[in-house]
Design a protein around this ligand. Structure first.
Ligand SMILES: Nc1ncnc2c1ncn2[C@@H]1O[C@H](COP(=O)(O)OP(=O)(O)OP(=O)(O)O)[C@@H](O)[C@H]1O
Length: 309
């Protein structure tokens, strides 16, 4: 059985002379939560729009369930687009019930589901208010609710927690995790790496129109160095084959260790070079670190130049 629910092969997307995606291939497996990551403007939303038939690809194959997406075969799709927007002048419960009906639920089931969702997201007292009387974050909760109604088989979420405070972000992540537990395949675009670490099974990092890294979160972390030294120091850090300097500020630096190096040797090397070490902590590389390494090259080069490393 083909376990890929989403299959993208040699996708290219040009807008006039501007090639946004040059060559992109990946699969999203049934039941997994997939993080589709990249810096601003790298082409994530464009890829999703091409997958959903909103944009016509310049070339390549973009399939859901073995065929190009069309609304007729996509009733079990839940898509939270980057640009939010629902009918703002209607009461919340009417909007939600309406969408439930569109997704094939009967009116009573749609209404009951909506009321229980509103309770869960602490909006139980807002059900009869007009949507535009809710705050921006509250409106986003309604839009996520509408997206996950009727248990979609495939959920595509474009920055689902954008603009949420930490408590509500946690709540939304719990809701997404529940969808995953219920069997949904989830594709998530996010800039929040702690969300990726918590929710995603596999990730793809998009850079310069193609794949920079693709695999499980662990595989990607290991590819960019499994361990990192967070160093509080003064002096000049010597270059060494035992590490790569990924970040350097006034009195703080991060050194990504070559995989099998003994960290006590690094400390010795620094001390021998006359570096004053005030803090030396070895941790596993976080996805945030990976993201900074992949997309922060210009900034790092600039910082290095500043501190003469
Ligand atoms: N319809 C369009 N016409 C011309 N250019 C477009 C169009 N849609 C997207 N682009 C360009 O494609 C590039 C990628 O945009 P996209 O929205 O896919 O990025 P993204 O990775 O989702 O970014 P972000 O993280 O900032 O949301 C941008 O340079 C954008 O200007």
């Amino acid at each position: 059985m083909d376990e890929a629910l989403v299959h993208i092969d040699r996708f290219r997307m040009d807008f006039g002379d501007n090639t946004v995606i040059s060559d992109l291939s990946f699969d999203v497996r049934r039941g997994e939560t997939f993080g589709f990551l990249g810096s601003n403007g790298s082409g994530k939303t464009t890829t999703i729009r091409a997958l959903l038939g909103i944009y016509r690809p310049t070339s390549g194959t973009l399939h859901i369930n073995g065929k190009p997406f069309s609304p007729e075969n996509g009733s079990r799709l839940g898509y939270l687009p980057e640009e939010r927007g629902l009918y703002k002048k209607e009461p919340v419960i009417d909007i939600m019930t309406y969408f439930g009906r569109l997704k094939g639920m009967d009116r009573n089931a749609a209404k009951a589901w909506s009321l229980s969702y509103l309770d869960r997201v602490a909006l139980g007292d807002k059900s009869s208010l007009q949507l535009d009387k809710l705050s921006g974050g509250q409106q986003q909760k309604i839009q996520l609710g509408v997206t996950i109604m009727n248990d979609p088989e495939l959920l595509i979420l474009d920055e689902p927690t954008k603009g949420f405070d930490p408590v509500n972000r946690r709540l939304l992540m719990d809701i997404i995790a529940d969808q995953k537990t219920a069997g949904a395949t989830v594709v998530m675009i996010t800039h929040q790496m702690e969300e990726v670490e918590r929710l995603c099974d596999r990730v793809l990092l998009l850079k310069n129109g193609t794949t920079e890294a693709y695999g499980t979160v662990d595989e990607v972390q290991n590819r960019y160095g499994g361990r990192i030294v967070r160093l509080k120091y003064s002096g000049r850090i010597p270059p060494s084959p035992a590490y790569e300097i990924s970040l350097v500020e006034q009195n703080y630096a991060e050194l990504v260790l070559t995989t099998d190096v003994d960290e006590s040797n690094i400390l010795r090397q620094l001390l021998d070079a006359g570096v004053t070490v005030r803090g030396f902590e070895v941790t596993k590389v976080s996805l945030d670190d990976v993201f900074l390494r992949v997309y922060g090259d210009q900034n790092v080069a600039y910082q290095r130049e500043l501190s003469g490393v």
